[in-house]
Design a protein around this ligand. Structure first.
Ligand SMILES: Cc1ncc(COP(=O)(O)O)c(C=O)c1O
Length: 456
């Protein structure tokens, strides 16, 4: 059986398109053969499998293979596939990889936030898209309901109730282009109502804080283990999986924040961004179920499928629905995308995709934990029960130097300080936030290696 591509540990640094793509692939393979990283006799993946993994045309891979066959570095035989030629090139003495200057595009990427884009279910999505378009009535192509296509809102209501315990009437769901768009709409509305402050957790995404502040609201930090957003008009939380720390909102804090909302009329914005990925324990239900009149439940496909789809949803309290619908910035997602996603959900393709992705990410997470246990004894891994990122706690005072060392390895990774609210009062922690979903399979082994070289 062919070895899985990931185990070759080849680092491919490819141009996104054009002749540079084939040249980059050919050079990377040539270098791997020349350096002995691809041993004589090793069977390469089929051009179809490698093309699918890299998300490039099969012809590009076939042409790269053909060039290396012509050079005598590979052999291609009917029935036994493409292999590294026996003793194609004398093996040079093993060299330690030379660090790259920290400039330009990173060679390895562990930035949290992006799933493995190479495993987007293209064939299933295409099938869903064809079926959806064939079945769509003519009037589906009009402006339609500002909340979004009813097929999608109904499919989402079913899924959210089944998987997240959300009390979701399709009539109270509004489709938006991702979480950030929904957050923007809600901030505009809060601001128009006269709100001044939105509470956020002490650690979170700076991009979301900036977005909130651009609408004219101030953000105030609350520690993740504190229940009280004070006199803020609303609070933004990730109850199922805090980003980036990785914890779950404890039951007493769930109850306390619901009490706060009822007492003050405040709004809870529940960012349920990666709840599909749970590994070691039962999924934690959504907080919206505790009080659908005070919680907006927001979801997105950015982790489960791809952020480029720009597809998300809000389950709204009745009191907010008319303002959101009248805002004018809805109808932001094309109907064909909406109908495709509805078909993807109802056909079961989404459940199948998430199950397979969960398994893949769990394996990556386990590999990360194992390699750190072996090679980075001063590092403690936390926040690994769910999601696509882990928090690597570092010895005090070392975060900045580790981030710098990573940059010298050509590795993009964020320190925890990057996510800290500038006015946070909690004691700073030294840590790295490692997005293990990001690298494509073919770069995973080399990326882990680069990480270990940067760690104390
Ligand atoms: C904490 C958090 N919330 C939400 C999102 C998704 O945002 P969007 O749907 O705008 O892509 C992300 C994606 O990185 C995230 O990290």
């Amino acid at each position: 059986m062919a070895k899985p591509w990931a185990t070759f540990g080849i680092d491919l640094h490819l141009e996104p398109a054009g002749p540079g793509l084939r040249r980059g692939l050919t050079d990377a393979l040539r270098e791997a053969v020349r350096s002995g990283r691809l041993a004589p006799g090793t069977r390469l993946p089929s051009s179809r499998a490698l093309a699918a993994d890299l998300g490039i045309a099969r012809n590009t891979v076939a042409e790269a293979y053909a060039e290396l066959v012509a050079e005598g570095r590979l052999t291609a035989r009917q029935g036994s596939g493409t292999r590294v030629a026996d003793r194609a090139v004398p093996r040079p003495p093993a060299r330690r990889p030379t660090p790259r200057r920290p400039s330009g595009r990173p060679r390895y990427d562990l930035t949290p936030g992006v799933p493995d884009l190479a495993s987007f279910p293209r064939a299933e999505w295409l099938r869903a898209s064809r079926r959806a378009l064939a079945a769509a009535p003519h009037d589906a192509l009009g402006y339609g309901d500002a909340r979004g296509r009813p097929e999608l809102r109904t499919a989402l209501a079913d899924r959210l109730a089944r998987v997240r315990g959300v009390r979701a009437d399709p009539g109270r769901i509004v489709i938006c282009s991702g979480f950030a768009h929904g957050l923007h709409l809600l901030c505009d509305i809060l601001r128009a109502r006269g709100a001044r402050t939105l509470a956020v957790e002490s650690y979170g995404l700076a991009e979301h804080r900036d977005l909130i502040e651009r609408t004219g609201l101030r953000t105030t930090p609350v520690p993740s283990d504190d229940a009280d957003p004070g006199d803020a008009a609303a609070v933004l939380l990730n109850p199922a999986h805090q980003f980036p720390l990785g914890g779950v909102l404890r039951p007493e804090r769930r109850a306390a924040v619901i009490d706060w909302a009822r007492r003050t009329g405040g709004l809870i914005l529940e960012d349920d961004y990666d709840s599909e990925f749970r590994y070691d324990r039962q999924p934690v239900g959504a907080i919206q179920d505790l009080d659908p009149d005070h919680v907006v439940h927001l979801g997105t496909v950015s982790k489960s499928l791809a952020p480029g789809l720009r597809l998300g949803w809000m389950v709204l309290p009745p009191s907010l629905l008319p303002e959101v619908v009248e805002h004018g910035a809805v109808r932001s997602v094309g109907v064909l995308e909406q109908l495709t996603f509805a078909e993807f959900l109802t056909s079961g393709a989404h459940d199948r995709h998430v199950r397979a992705a969960r398994l893949r990410y769990r394996r990556r997470r386990d590999a990360l934990v194992d390699v750190l246990a072996e090679r980075a004894l001063d590092v403690r891994v936390t926040g690994i029960a769910a999601g696509l990122h882990a928090v690597l706690r570092l010895p005090p005072g070392t975060e900045q130097s580790v981030v710098r060392a990573a940059a010298w390895q050509g590795l993009a990774v964020k320190g925890l300080a990057y996510f800290r609210h500038p006015a946070a009062e909690v004691a700073p922690l030294d840590a790295l936030v490692v997005g293990y979903g990001t690298p494509p399979d073919h770069a995973w082994t080399a990326t882990l290696d680069a990480l270990c070289r940067a760690l104390p």
